[in-house]
Design a protein around this ligand. Structure first.
Ligand code: AMP
Length: 279
């Protein structure tokens, strides 16, 4: 695996490969890699001749200082894992490579997606995500982009970004299913910060999503209220339990549409998200 730290070096290297007819698969991450990330690399290897993974803890998508400060960094282990699973290139930029002095800050047109759910509880988050993803896509110019359903709203935002940048025909988006621990807890880099007890209690998020899926006969608002109580009983502080239309993430008032359940909750200040398709 080649490790590249400079944006120009990566762009130059990949341009040559593209001219040779190689297909580039790209997996953007913030590191502290786990099997969920590995599943994206493995998927990318199936469809692309060169797999590029980036690791960059993007400051502009954090709206909580502590969350950024304590975000786990395990770079040596990440490199081992990427080599083990056949990643071809690791792009490991520093902040200046992503946010260059000449860059003009841009406002991405995300519509209603921007200020609901994650966008509501993390103001500015999705503009930050778009800043980094836009920059990474311009450097790497991949044919295929691999992202996880775990961050369902982010998937929608990235699709919108690619469309608004006029790259819909150039970049194919692959969305991989959420990998879970045996307990059902969605794998997340933030799980490393949980104590044993917190980890145990955090599985209530998955259990509550299952509860929602199995109890859609209950009136929607009642179902959401009961779900919040279930999470609170395990010591979680709930930002939202939402049952939404899977296409536009607007709150669902009835079951006659494709539905998704989404939860965001914190345990000892560690914020976790998860979702589940409901029908
Ligand atoms: P992150 O490093 O958390 O920014 O995630 C990098 C990519 O991995 C994103 O596309 C995530 O949606 C995806 N991802 C994170 N956790 C999981 C998981 N448990 N299963 C599958 N993909 C995941």
């Amino acid at each position: 695996m080649i490790i590249i730290k400079l944006a120009n070096d990566l762009a130059k290297y990949l341009k040559q490969k593209i001219n040779e007819g190689q297909k580039i698969g790209f997996v953007p991450t913030m590191g502290a890699l786990h099997d969920g990330h590995v599943s994206l690399i493995t998927e990318a290897k199936k469809n692309s001749s060169i797999v590029v993974c980036s690791i960059f803890v993007n400051p502009t998508q954090f709206n909580n200082e502590d969350d950024f400060k304590y975000y786990p960094v395990t770079i040596e282990k990440d490199i081992e894992l990427l080599i083990k699973y056949g990643c071809d290139i690791l792009f490991l930029p520093n902040r200046e490579e992503i946010y260059t002095k000449s860059q003009v800050p841009k406002k991405y047109p995300l519509g209603k997606l921007e200020n609901i759910l994650e966008g509501y509880y993390r103001p500015g988050h999705f503009q930050g995500v778009c800043q980094v993803v836009d920059r990474l896509l311009k450097i790497a110019e991949p044919d295929q982009l691999y992202i996880g359903q775990k961050d369902f709203q982010q998937c929608k935002v990235i699709a919108r970004l690619i469309e608004s940048e006029g790259k819909k025909d150039q970049i194919k988006i692959h969305i991989s299913p959420t990998l879970r621990e045996k307990s059902g807890l969605a794998m997340s880099s933030r799980n490393m910060r949980l104590s044993k007890d917190e980890y145990h209690n955090a599985t209530a998020i998955y259990e509550t999503l299952l509860f929602i899926k199995q109890n859609l006969h209950i009136e929607i608002n009642e179902l959401k209220k009961t779900s919040i109580k279930k999470l609170e009983a395990k010591g979680l502080v709930v930002d939202y339990v939402e049952i939404a239309n899977r296409n536009n993430l607007q709150t669902a008032q009835n079951l006659n549409q494709p539905l998704i359940g989404l939860i965001a909750a914190s345990i000892n200040g560690i914020r976790l998200i998860d979702n589940m398709l409901l029908n």
